[in-house]
Design a protein around this ligand. Sequence first.
Ligand SMILES: Nc1ncnc2c1ncn2[C@@H]1O[C@H](COP(=O)(O)OP(=O)(O)O)[C@@H](O)[C@H]1O
Ligand SMILES: CC(=O)N[C@@H](CCC(=O)OP(=O)(O)O)C(=O)O
Length: 289
Amino acid sequence: MSEEEKAAVLIEALPYIQRFAGKIFVIKYGGSAMGERFTDVILDIIWLKQVGIHPVVVHGGGKEITAMLERLGHRAQFVEGLRVTDEAVMEVVEMVLSGAVNPRLVAAFNQHDGGAVGLSGVDGMLLEVAKKHHPAGDIGYVGEVVHVNTALIEGLLDRHLIPVIAPVGVDREGRRYNVNADEAAGAVAGALGAEKLFLITDVPGIVRRGPGGSEVVSKITAEEIRQLVESGEIYGGMIPKVKACLTALEAGAKHVHIINGEDPHALLLEVFTDRGIGTMVLPAGEGPE
Ligand SMILES: Nc1ncnc2c1ncn2[C@@H]1O[C@H](COP(=O)(O)OP(=O)(O)O)[C@@H](O)[C@H]1O
Ligand SMILES: CC(=O)N[C@@H](CCC(=O)OP(=O)(O)O)C(=O)O
């Protein structure tokens, strides 16, 4: 980028920087999206912090959990995008999320002076959960977030730190549960009343069949989501994602976006330009344009 182009980008971004300074953005970084652009995503999040936004990161790691389970001779099993988690699987989930993915992310942030602090939902009862009762049957140690310790997150933000949260929850009896990372991020964004929730994944947004083939939906309502889940056009890992978007909006988050981690600077383009990228999920009452 030439100096003139950089200046033009900055001038375009200025009103957005002013609008979002001091606001909380919850960013869910999916395991599937931690690919070639990993460092770019980390640097973009640090950039948000440098311009006065408060990023809170919730990460996934589903693919890595599956790979580890396979190495140990287990077969991964999912029900509507949620991992069936018995005691042995839970041990691996916690090992991978809290023991490998979380410190790897924290180290990557701090290598660039990101001021990141790693936590799992167990720390300070950050994510208090109850066992999830799924209509399809017992899926084991899968938790549903019932309370978020927002004071702990806000305390870190006050100290200009980036909380990096592994989606492992805990109940009042001290049992740990596997929480889908999208759900965890949705709950955190809702509880904090975040300005924005970003779900960074490995697809460019919600894709649906259009007259000219598959296309990314740029804006979608809760009703359209319900229809696409029913018709099977939204399936698997996208199901917890869209549910998390709706929960976050209902609980108080203002805007929710699904973007592709492999798109160069998708996060910055979405925040600082008027070129919408990915899919924006609209709050109830707001229809598509
Ligand atoms: N309508 C849809 N549009 C886009 N992706 C979809 C859709 N329905 C299901 N998916 C699937 O959801 C996946 C994203 O979820 P997941 O693999 O859990 O990602 P992450 O690790 O980022 O949470 C996509 O790779 C795709 O296979
Ligand atoms: C209950 C449940 O499904 N938990 C997820 C937690 C990790 C996750 O959600 O990771 P991604 O965002 O990378 O998919 C799992 O075990 O895979």
